[in-house]
Design a protein around this ligand. Sequence first.
Ligand SMILES: Cc1cc2nc3c(=O)[nH]c(=O)nc-3n(C[C@H](O)[C@H](O)[C@H](O)COP(=O)(O)O)c2cc1C
Length: 377
Amino acid sequence: MVTSSGKASRARKQSLTEERKLDHIRICLERDVQSICPTGFNDIRLVHNAVPEINLSDVDLECVFLGHQLKAPLMITAMTGGHSEATPINQNIAQAVEELGLAMGVGSQRAALEDNSLSDSFTIARRTAPTAFLVGNIGAPQLSLGYGVKEARAAIEMIGANALAIHFNAAQEAVQPEGEATFTGVLHSLRTLIRDIEVPLIAKETGAGIDREAARHLAKTGIKALDIAGLGGTSWPAVEVERAKAGDTRKALLGRWFADWGIPTAASTYEVSRSVNLPIITSGGVRTGIDAAKAIALGAQLVGVSLPVLAPATVSAKAVRVYLEALISGLKASMFLVGASNLEELSKAPLVIGGDTQNWLLSRGYNPSQLASRSIK
Ligand SMILES: Cc1cc2nc3c(=O)[nH]c(=O)nc-3n(C[C@H](O)[C@H](O)[C@H](O)COP(=O)(O)O)c2cc1C
């Protein structure tokens, strides 16, 4: 029996989830929430080809991701949903993604799973993007706290999802004032879920990266892709600093200390792509078409961006489109300048890796200089 005080406490929890989501959007729009630790892309150089022997207009970005044809290897990764202000944001992203033939992830669907009246801000994505590759989103901590097949199916159904992302946000939960840092048994729960769910599952970090050991554990669960969401872009501990500042000095300090915690995006991409045979999405601080090209040359199949799309998404679908088209043009130009006419060729482009990324990879037992002498053809 649900008592009235039980109902009241559930309602309070739901509205807190909603409020928290809104806080996140506002903070990400108004404050500097990016890690000061670099992604590592600046340690990496693609080798310029002065005689590319291809035409820029012939560069082909088409690819297939988890069985779905995309016009470019780009996903706008999970950001929002669960409150009314998220509806136009998701609508604008969805429209741009539909027009450009890209992929889109929605933010955590937890709020709408707890209160169906909040589902509009998610369903708008599928209504606006009827043919796009859409990815649903629930949190790994929720799996440990009892979410299972029923909730996962409801999240998928809500947006007609082509895949479901399970986000791993341990760093955020550890510093969040009301964090749920509960990951015990999560691999087991994931394995069980994957058995019964009809669409592919993607394991996704949220800005602290995935290392090769975690990638191998995840691969054994039957997960179909990994979004490494590495360090160097949006930092969730940094976001939580802003939320904790007002009331909780201890958590604010924790957030500050952990704002640069994690595995830089470039190193994470390199490690994971060499340790598991799964498609990899590289995200976390990808900001330019050149970053995107480096990510693919390091081993990613897809590149993900979140924060750069948020501000344009509060304006219009056209504003989102402008940014995404610039990203696509930058990726195409990079490919032209290394002489790669398609993504397969880009994945073999020589890379010169120095600085902290080289140190990281050498310390982890890799030989990154091998990539400097490989060739596209
Ligand atoms: C406003 C905002 C909200 C986010 N919410 C979610 C979320 O609900 N679920 C999730 O898996 N990741 C979420 N993320 C993390 C992103 O999907 C991404 O992994 C991370 O921000 C790194 O990419 P970026 O540096 O391009 O922002 C959010 C990011 C932003 C900026």
